[in-house]
Design a protein around this ligand. Structure first.
Ligand code: SF4
Length: 110
């Protein structure tokens, strides 16, 4: 999956440039959730969760657009997670803080 662009976080949180950072969090499934079976991660010692890819993102995220591929069937916890909420802003801050914009290197001839 491509890495979200750190520069976008400076422009606030909007649907049009959301990088789905919250879709790296663990999504606990509720009994009423109806997600495709291949996305369910069973745990013998805890609640079922949504499967994640090797990159840590929810397996339902489109890696090119950061859009949810099961939007109409997304779990209740995803529906309740409000864009721009304190939790959203905190996750974005953690993500972009851990992935700072690299300092450009300019090569000049002597
Ligand atoms: S189900 Fe959709 S909204 Fe929920 S974490 Fe996965 S990609 Fe994100």
């Amino acid at each position: 999956m491509k890495s979200p662009s750190p520069s976008r976080s400076r422009h606030g949180v909007r649907c049009s440039d959301c990088e789905a950072v919250c879709c790296r969090l663990t999504v606990v499934l509720m009994p009423e959730d109806r997600v495709p079976a291949w996305l369910i991660q069973h745990d013998d010692h805890g609640p079922d969760t949504l499967a994640k890819g090797a990159d840590g993102w929810c397996a339902a995220v489109d890696p090119n657009t950061f859009r949810c591929t099961i939007y109409d069937q997304r779990p209740a916890i995803c529906r309740k997670y409000a864009m721009g909420s304190p939790g959203c802003r905190d996750e974005r801050k953690k993500w972009f803080g851990a992935h700072p914009v690299p300092t450009p290197v300019v090569m000049r001839n002597p």
